[in-house]
Design a binder for this molecule. Structure first.
Ligand SMILES: [Zn+2]
Length: 206
């Protein structure tokens, strides 16, 4: 906590002092973010840092496993509220779902028995309970590490599909008002990979 307090002081004396006009303008004009950024709660994923985005540029939803429950049969709550607000009020032009390497949630999705003693985690990750079967079917011959990578990627793609289950998202995608991207952030190298629907592969950005 002391470290965080010292951090606040550092922020105010440095970043805020240098960008005071931006904050004052944002306070008066309100936010107009271009992007809804959906990622994992993992502390090693820092959206503004990895995209060099300024305050006011990313509308962020974080949860365990960067999951978007389907509107048809999922747990509706904070995630769906944020998507609705971002799409219909803020009218964001992009939605990014960003998974990451060594994600504890994906490990738990592949091995639900490891979190059986955590009822809230188990229930939440149940939203991606179709992933293990899919990995078995498509990547059954791969080793554990490659399977983990595949599960991280497939989980991102599953959330892009779930986003489409919201009629207002589907409408805006079809009209071209909205674009969606699926990313994976590689913690050890700082690289970001973007899903290319044409090749069916994740390709390095930047
Ligand atoms: Zn994670």
């Amino acid at each position: 906590m002391q470290k965080l307090e010292a951090g606040i002081h550092h922020f105010q004396a440095n970043y805020f002092a240098s960008n005071r006009a931006l904050f004052e303008q944002l306070a008066v004009a309100g936010q107009r973010p271009e992007t809804l950024f959906i990622t994992c709660s993992d502390s090693r994923v820092v959206p503004n840092l990895i995209t060099n985005a300024a305050p006011g540029e990313l509308f962020i939803v974080r949860n365990v496993g960067n999951i978007v429950p389907s509107v048809d049969h999922g747990i509706l709550g904070g995630v769906s509220a944020a998507i609705e607000y971002a799409a219909l009020v803020l009218e964001v032009g992009n939605i990014i779902v960003c998974g990451h390497t060594s994600c504890g949630a994906i490990d738990a999705i592949l091995h639900p028995e490891r979190v059986a003693h955590l009822p809230h985690v188990s229930r939440w990750l149940g939203e991606s309970s179709n992933i293990p079967r899919l990995i078995e079917q498509r990547y059954g011959t791969l080793g554990p590490e490659e399977r983990m990578t595949a599960a991280i990627e497939e989980n991102v793609l599953a959330q892009l599909e779930n986003l489409r289950s919201f009629d207002f998202v589907a409408r805006r995608l079809d009209s071209g008002a909205l674009k969606m991207n699926g990313w994976v952030f590689k913690i050890a190298t700082g690289e970001v990979f973007d899903y290319d629907p044409t090749s069916g592969q994740f390709a390095k950005l930047g």
